[in-house]
Design a binder for this molecule. Structure first.
Ligand SMILES: Cc1cc2nc3c(=O)[nH]c(=O)nc-3n(C[C@H](O)[C@H](O)[C@H](O)COP(=O)(O)OP(=O)(O)OC[C@H]3O[C@@H](n4cnc5c(N)ncnc54)[C@H](O)[C@@H]3O)c2cc1C
Length: 543
């Protein structure tokens, strides 16, 4: 029977593709950075991430945000958050694939790289559940500052079992960790924390009283918390359930009504004499928890790279199936320019993220450790900002369809700014780069060494590195100019990595638009070239 209203010129949904196979920049980086042994595992995760079922979990988990239950029906405090079943499915896959623990379970060369590739692929399905996964991964280096605590918790944090629910840690097949630093009066300036820690009478044990203004994933089994001990601001591990089965004095006041990241819960909490054990030295809490923050910064870069990649995959796919004015959008020169420009930014971020993960793997080499110190902060600043612009432009490639919730684009758009806020907002990150350069001058040498590796390979990059060196030697108004310096450091590093390892046409387009005066202020302003369609094709998932 003829339909009253036929549908034409609408693209097929982007399902049934393998997110790993469809991403040459990722595949090449995984091999180059020492993670080729993980190819099969990431390939399998890439397949799952492209299935209709997994994509549906992402939509369901966001359409049905978590619900807070402060009390049970009899009036007892329970402080529990209920998640949609789709959230649990997403978590099962993430934990089952070791995205929270792979390098700690299998400390072999390329383990952080393999985990970065897998986290990037899986986060494209849904970003919110990455929060507890990432915090658990990142907590281990901080926890190791207190070997007796790490000995007890690490084996539970590194199993591949997702075992939700508030129970004593000893009886669980696996546990998750979060962190609570931010208070009402200050998040960047954590030294202004007012939560007090009073010795509980047993060595290392304290009772904490105070509040935290942001505490994400409050159903985690324990949190690393900053509080003022008699000897100054210190780091503590605070479990939700005590060994005897009673609940710790950790009360959830309410959940934040957030712009994005809606599948995940972010709570305001109060601690009312909550039991905790000190991690690291008393009075050195920031020094201790920074080991966690540094790793979560890598995940902000991975999260941004994954948002960009998913946005580019969606827009190259959409435009390859949608026509206007008698021709496919993907064949129209101006759209090709926009898509290629987005693809170039996405590839530069993927390559940078994998280089950083590789530096973490190789951090026993002092040069790599020094490079990592600076490069992580630089990359966190820059990639988290770029992802916002990339996602917005990719959304526009879809026209009106991109503004509608049924496409994934609004969700990506709302998620994008978060990575630049948490784990050190933009300015704080830029100032951290200055601090690192001052306190650890060897990090600057390692950074410049990385850039000098490609000297003579592209004159535009040679000029940019010369300018950067001049800028770095000028100490006037350093604080006010921090963003200018960090931005140039970031694009010079991305250019160096692309020139050295990347697709030559992508590298050329990057240098011509990001280093030279040839690029404009919005995407779609690359110098026209016969190579642009090839760049777009490299980034289009073939389904
Ligand atoms: C969804 C979500 C989840 C979160 N989850 C957690 C969590 O689980 N645990 C946790 O501890 N925190 C969490 N946070 C809090 C987050 O880490 C803080 O919001 C962030 O660190 C910024 O702190 P603030 O909000 O107090 O802003 P402020 O510190 O007031 O900063 C405001 C602005 O001022 C800038 N600024 C600060 N100092 C300077 C300076 N010296 N010079 C120039 N500019 C400056 C900052 O860059 C920022 O742009 C979460 C936040 C969000 C949005």
């Amino acid at each position: 029977m003829a339909t009253q209203h036929g549908v034409s010129n609408q693209p097929p949904p982007l399902v049934g593709y393998n997110l790993f196979d469809a991403d040459p920049a990722l595949r090449e980086s995984l091999e180059r950075e020492g993670g080729s042994w993980a190819q099969d595992a990431v390939h399998e995760l890439g397949r799952l991430a492209g299935t209709e079922e997994a994509i549906a979990w992402g939509f369901q988990a966001n359409a049905n945000p978590p619900q807070l239950h402060t009390h049970d029906r009899f009036g007892n405090r329970i402080d529990e958050v209920e998640f949609h079943p789709a959230w649990h499915r997403l978590m099962e896959v993430a934990i089952g694939n070791g995205l929270h623990a792979l390098p700690w379970r299998e400390p072999r060369q390329g383990a952080h790289v393999a985990r970065a590739a897998a986290f990037y692929v899986w986060s494209q399905v849904e970003g919110g559940h990455g929060c507890p996964v990432s915090m658990t991964y990142a907590a281990i280096p901080a926890l190791r500052n207190q070997p007796n605590v790490a000995e007890r918790w690490e084996p539970l944090m590194t199993t591949l079992d997702y075992d939700p629910g508030l129970r004593p840690p000893a009886g669980k097949r696996g546990v998750l960790l979060g962190m609570a630093m931010t208070e009402k009066q200050g998040g960047s300036d954590v030294r202004a924390n007012t939560t007090r820690a009073v010795p509980a009478g047993v060595d290392g044990e304290y009772l904490l009283t105070g509040h935290k203004w942001f505490c994400s994933a409050p159903m985690c089994d324990a949190f690393l918390v900053l509080a003022q001990a008699p000897g100054g601001l210190s780091c503590f591990l605070l479990p939700r359930v005590l060994d005897d089965g009673t609940r710790n004095q950790f009360h959830i006041q309410r959940l934040k009504d957030k712009l994005g990241n809606r599948s995940n819960a972010s709570a305001e909490i109060e601690l009312d004499g909550a039991w905790a054990v000190m991690v690291g030295e008393e009075g050195r809490g920031v020094r201790t928890i920074i080991d966690m923050v540094n790793i979560t910064r890598l995940d902000c870069v991975i999260g941004s790279a994954s948002l960009m990649r998913q946005a580019v995959a969606q827009s190259t796919h959409h435009t390859a199936h949608r026509s206007a004015f008698g021709r496919l959008l993907s064949e129209q020169p101006l759209m090709v320019n926009v898509l290629a420009d987005l693809a170039v930014e996405s590839e530069a971020t993927t390559v940078l993220m994998m280089r950083l993960a590789g530096a973490i793997d190789r951090a026993t080499d002092p040069r790599e450790a020094a490079f990592k110190r600076l490069a992580l902060a630089v990359a966190k600043y820059w990639t988290t900002k770029r992802s916002i612009a990339v996602v917005a432009e990719a959304l526009e490639c879809h026209g009106g369809n991109g503004y509608v919730e049924e496409s994934i684009m609004p969700r990506l758009y709302r998620e994008a700014p978060l990575n630049s806020i948490w784990e050190g907002s933009g300015n704080v990150n830029a100032l951290d780069v200055l601090r690192a350069m001052k306190r650890e001058p060897q990090s600057v040498l390692a950074y410049l060494d990385e850039l000098d590796e490609v000297r003579g390979m592209d004159p535009r990059l040679d000029d940019a590195v010369r300018n950067l060196k001049k800028l770095l030697s000028d100490g006037d108004d350093a604080e006010a100019r921090a963003r200018t310096v960090v931005e140039l450091m970031a694009v010079a590093l991305q250019a160096a990595l692309l020139v050295r390892y990347g697709d030559p046409y992508v590298a050329d387009a990057f240098c011509g638009s990001r280093l030279d005066s040839g690029g404009g202020r919005s995407f779609g302003t690359l110098q026209p070239s016969s190579h642009l369609p090839g760049i777009v094709e490299r980034h289009r998932p073939a389904i």
